[in-house]
Design a binder for this molecule. Sequence first.
Ligand code: AHR
Length: 561
Amino acid sequence: MTQKIAFRSFRSIQCRILRQSRVRRTFLLAFQAGSPLVRSLFASLTLLVVAMAVPVAVAQKIQLSVDVFRAGAKIDRNLFGQFAEHLGHGVYDGIWVGPDSKIPNTRGIRNDVVAALKAIKVPNVRWPGGCFADEYHWRKGIGPQRTVTLNPNWGGVIEPNTFGTTEFMDFLGQIGAEAYLSVNVGSGTPQEASEWLEYLTTAQPTTLAKERAANGHPAPYKVAFLGIGNESWDCGGNMTPDYYLSQLKIYSRFVRNFNPAQQDKQQMLKIAVGPGGGEPRWTEWTDAIMKAYQSHTWSWDMNGLSMHSYTVVKWPPSFTSVGFGEAEYAQILKSTLEMNDLVEKHSAIMDKYDPEKKVVLVVDEWGGWYAPLPGSTLGFLVQQNSLRDAVLAALNLNIFARHADRVRMANIAQMINVLQAMILTDKEKMVLTPTYYVYKMYVPFQDATFVPATFDAGKFTHDGIMLPRIDAIAAKDKAGKLWVAITNIDPNQSAEIELSLVGINAKSAAGETLSASKVDSVNTFDAPNTVVPKPISAKAQDGKLTLKLEPKSVTVVAIEQ
Ligand code: AHR
């Protein structure tokens, strides 16, 4: 991360100005003679020179080179997964309003939310938690009569169970996403989980399959991903690695997917609980699970290891989600970039036991976690979503894409109304967040092939906090089109990017750019278009494409040949 600044040496600038001056001879003589007036004039001139040198530094173009011949791993579309927990207004009000609601809905599911999510091509949704999953009993959420329970994790509120298995699978069908179910290991039993999967997936006329048919779905459902527990080292039951391993083996053995279409191809991937940070406690956890995986027998298996990492800086979360300045912008982004080290740390342990990278590192909870909005219900994790979150999302997605050989799935927390959400709702109102727009702009990266981009990231410094000024990734989609995503982290300086593309005769670039006037600019129900993408384009000149990026912006362009 070295920054190339075009400061000419101080001395050479002084000399150049002196050379150009008509009075240079007089000045030099007087200076040599030591006149105080001339010395002070010289000092002023020096200041002027330094001031002149700064714009020279800013104006320098940043070279970004992409070699299309050097293709890397596939950026799995599942990296753009979502997470919907029974928490606050994440499910109730956010997705589910019920069939009798005045809010336009299809079988109780909000039409506006469905349309918005379809546009970002959500690949999978993790449900029903989170901590909630380890207290969830699926039978209470099926059939015409639902059991009313509590949600002790999140505010102790009533859980009506009106949104259950049928409704979740219906919702997935409406948005076109795969199911990522998190089964209850903490307070449930292997039998309960195994019956849930039988209910969902068998094509045989069992009593459970008949019950599913009676509830409106005769055909088996597809369950693509199965999470075996959630944070079992903490809210999921405070288990030690060994205790969790014994549970993992039992659940992996008995919780089967019977869907005939998933026996050979499209097999359900089982995801084990993994680390929640980078400290020894977590590296030991990863080591224990992966070591066991290495010597696993025919009777149990795992295909993924989950990792949770929020950008929070201080616990309990105290950074505000709106009404902050550049200091908080820099602190949060510095912290979020630690995701890179975390991924590398745990990937290295996984490589030791699984060099073929069969087990996916699934970052199934990540995002900015800030102080709850004043006046919001305790435990509902309500926060605003600013331009800073858009930049944060892009930086993390770039990290995942760079590690796409191991990180093949990720789920931002959480989809609607909770933490770093895509969508905020309030009764009939809905607003799309800056993070939503990043996901929309990144759609072309889903299942595209990573292509390494080389660039000099430069530096942005605030109060001793140093960040790269620029971040970028590139990828080739299935049709062979090249896409480049560039984030200008610097909140004050625009960036001129000179793109050189090896292996492509680029004629132009076109796409969208997302920025706003302030680091904490947000979209609200009253002003929903404060942070929305704008078109951006460039035409090649002398074989080069130059893009001028606004400060604090995320840009995605397609290269036209
Ligand atoms: O996303 C909120 C909570 O954070 C989840 O329920 C839990 O898994 C994590 O600690």
